[in-house]
Design a protein around this ligand. Structure first.
Ligand code: MN3
Length: 249
């Protein structure tokens, strides 16, 4: 409907009401497969306000990223496993760590949406307002031993984020031998899928930065260190020591 048609339509108030109802119904229908499915997985609330990471990550990006993108991964994961009740008992981490055990007809959906759910659940936790600075304690020591210096670690992490073509994530992981490594993954793949423990990761999908940084992924990667929550990352690092190949020891 163009503007003139709309105005003609709008002359009649009941017709406008009808149009509104019809439009809302159409929108609800298009979202139905995602939003009508309830299930074992739920969207965790952000641990801070949408505007808490300004100016490094803008409010609108946080709203869309958390509510819409992460929300969709959760809904789609629930929809994917709906016909396999046994899977409802398993955590999202367990599902993506053992994708071969997931029925083939939903494996790709579980990989993408289960991965998306696990990745973003971590992502909100490893950021905080007034974050940044440098890690301390054993994590700092291990980063220095492995990468030479904190600055060298940051550079290698940002470079890996820049080199990831298209959508994906950049990670600090612990490998099966217990060593730290920087890797990147495509789409919503999580290091657990490769038997690696994800200690921290940054989202390099355009939806994570495009509103404020446009195509300048390098600026986003650099700015992101200002909101990093080292306390939570240190906690995950301790967990990673207890694990081998993403499993608890
Ligand atoms: Mn994302």
């Amino acid at each position: 409907m163009n503007k003139r048609e709309f105005l003609r339509y709008a002359l009649c108030a009941p017709a406008v009401a009808a149009l509104w109802t019809r439009t809302s119904a159409a929108m609800a229908t298009s979202n139905a497969p995602q939003q009508s499915v309830s299930g074992p997985h739920t969207l965790p609330p952000l641990p801070y306000e949408y505007n808490a990471l300004e100016p490094y990550i803008d409010t609108e990006t946080m709203q869309i990223h958390h509510d819409r993108h992460h929300g969709s991964y959760v809904s789609n994961l629930n929809a994917a496993i709906a016909k396999y009740p046994d899977l409802a008992k398993r955590s999202a981490e367990d599902l993506i760590r053992n994708l071969a055990s997931v029925p083939a007809d939903i494996r790709e959906q579980v990989r993408n949406n289960g991965g998306g759910h696990v990745n973003h659940t971590m992502f909100w936790q490893i950021m905080k307002p007034k974050g940044g600075g440098e890690p301390t304690g054993s994590l700092a020591d291990e980063i220095r031993r492995t990468f030479g210096s904190f600055e060298a670690f940051k550079k290698q992490f940002n470079d890996a984020g820049m080199k990831r073509f298209g959508s994906g994530w950049v990670w600090l992981v612990r490998d099966r031998a217990g060593r730290l490594q920087i890797i990147s993954t495509s789409n919503q793949d999580n290091p657990l899928m490769q038997g690696l423990y994800p200690i921290m990761g940054n989202d390099v999908w355009e939806h994570a930065y495009y509103l404020r940084y446009r195509n300048r992924r390098n600026e986003y990667l650099e700015a992101w260190w200002n909101v990093v929550n080292w306390d939570e990352i240190a906690r995950r690092n301790e967990q990673s020591r207890q694990s081998r190949g993403g499993r608890r020891a």
